[in-house]
Design a binder for this molecule. Structure first.
Ligand SMILES: Cc1cc2nc3c(=O)[nH]c(=O)nc-3n(C[C@H](O)[C@H](O)[C@H](O)COP(=O)(O)OP(=O)(O)OC[C@H]3O[C@@H](n4cnc5c(N)ncnc54)[C@H](O)[C@@H]3O)c2cc1C
Length: 401
């Protein structure tokens, strides 16, 4: 596929691979360059919304992916003191989507599926290729990669930076990454104990002025799976302390006391940002996914938004490369996905965090009453689910011309 001036894609994460598959499906040659020697195995996102499952279907990996994860038809917002505040019922979306549920599966299980699909379509992921820099002119782009065998220079039509939050392509484009970083780090603890026995749905959020949090049941290595619990941590504590099993144990006992210690499978901490690149395009250079926008995980919009953007860009880039549309389509990608991110993903993920951590008792009570009233009214609950499942953000983006 390399002889017809390929699209060069930097990063074999979900976004880069989704763009690659979209292009390969319509015969547009693409090359994916990944800095690591194999698909990264790190524990990251793992909660998928209905429109994302529809996109994975279009990419040809949806059914296989559905066979390796957990369906989450209901999810809760709880209070530490109150217990269940609301329990949303995603079956209300049955007339809108074939997938009326959230779906849990580790991100690192999706990337090999997308990689396999890309290669079945004739593509190739070049591992051990770290993007260094690139130039562009009227004919296309020339990019340099650091490889175990030395520096490689590759030419192509376009360069797509899908190289994550610290994107070297975004830095090369010299566009500001506008927004802010939250002061607290997020601690994720994986445990074996079954929280369903305590009334937790497979996805739940906990509202509390200090100890707010989020719960996800993940398939892990197969049944019975693993529960991941996320809490904010004091920014001043050293990493080693926060990541230690005794710290995890103390945190878990405070969350849900039990007479014997928890089985802690893993701990992880990370910083969380709310940022959107000022532009996603500079001529033949484009960015997509975390390279273009990052947000907190409350609502599970990061990976989902990355895949929505990748699908949008893949379609438009394919049309341009097949002479079915002008480069104006690439600007339309930027307009649609920037708006979807700023107006929905950023606004809603910040709002979700504010609702969970609200400290003012009166505002907290008002917020929680509002949620209860929304749950009690079927039409309002459906509208809430259309928004929280990112269906409205996709519709909103598609309406932008
Ligand atoms: C610790 C953590 C936890 C998260 N938890 C959640 C969550 O619970 N819910 C949620 O929705 N989102 C979460 N996210 C965000 C989610 O994982 C991302 O939105 C998602 O990974 C975006 O996919 P991407 O393909 O854009 O970028 P990435 O998955 O970051 O992929 C980028 C790829 O580019 C490669 N790369 C980087 N630089 C170069 C280079 N110079 N040359 C070549 N290759 C390069 C990287 O190795 C990587 O494979 C989390 C992120 C982190 C870091």
């Amino acid at each position: 596929m390399t002889d017809r001036n390929p699209v060069l894609i930097v990063g074999a994460g979900p976004a880069g691979l989704a763009v690659a598959v979209k292009l390969a499906m319509v015969g547009v040659p693409a090359l994916v360059f990944e800095a690591e020697e194999k698909f990264p195995l790190d524990l990251r996102a793992g909660s998928f919304h209905p429109p994302t499952l529809e996109i994975l279907d279009q990419l040809g990996v949806g059914q296989e992916f559905l066979s390796i994860g957990i369906k989450v038809p209901r999810w809760q917002i709880r209070g530490r003191e109150e217990g269940v505040i609301v329990e949303w019922d995603l079956s209300l979306l049955s007339d809108i989507t074939p997938y009326p549920f959230r779906f849990h599966c580790e991100q690192f299980k999706l990337t090999p599926l997308l990689g396999k699909r890309f290669e079945a379509l004739g593509g190739k992921v070049q591992f051990g290729h770290r993007f260094i820099d690139a130039t562009q002119d009227a004919d296309g782009v020339t990019a340099r990669f650091e490889t175990p065998g030395g520096i490689e220079t590759v030419t192509g039509r376009y360069l797509v930076g899908a190289d994550g939050a610290r994107s070297a392509v975004r830095h090369l484009m010299d566009v500001p990454f506008e927004g802010f970083t939250w002061p607290e780090r997020f601690l994720v603890i994986g445990i074996k104990q079954d929280l369903a026995l305590h009334g937790y749905t497979y996805n739940a959020y906990i509202a509390d002025p200090v100890d707010w949090g989020a719960i996800f049941k993940m398939p892990h290595k197969g049944p019975p799976g693993m529960w991941r619990v996320l809490f904010p941590t004091d920014a001043t504590l050293p990493d080693e302390e926060v990541l230690s099993v005794p710290f995890a144990e103390k945190t878990l006992q405070h969350f849900l006391p039990r007479p014997t210690p928890y089985d802690v499978e893993h701990t992880n901490i990370y910083r969380v940002h709310q940022r959107v690149a000022a532009d996603f395009r500079r001529g033949k250079f484009l960015i997509v996914g975390d390279a273009a926008h990052v947000n907190n995980p409350l609502g599970a919009f990061g990976l989902n938004g990355a895949l929505h953007a990748a699908s949008n860009l893949g379609d438009k880039l394919a049309a341009v490369c097949r002479d079915e549309g002008s480069e104006d389509l690439l600007d339309l990608y930027v307009r649609q996905r920037r708006a979807a991110n700023v107006e929905f993903v950023q606004a809603q993920s910040i709002r979700n965090k504010q609702v969970l951590e609200e400290k003012d008792p009166a505002i907290r009570a008002k917020n929680l009453d509002e949620l209860r009233a929304t749950e009690a009214d079927r039409e309002r609950q459906k509208a809430y689910l259309i928004r929280s499942s990112m269906i409205s953000s996709i519709r909103h983006a598609a309406a932008i011309t």
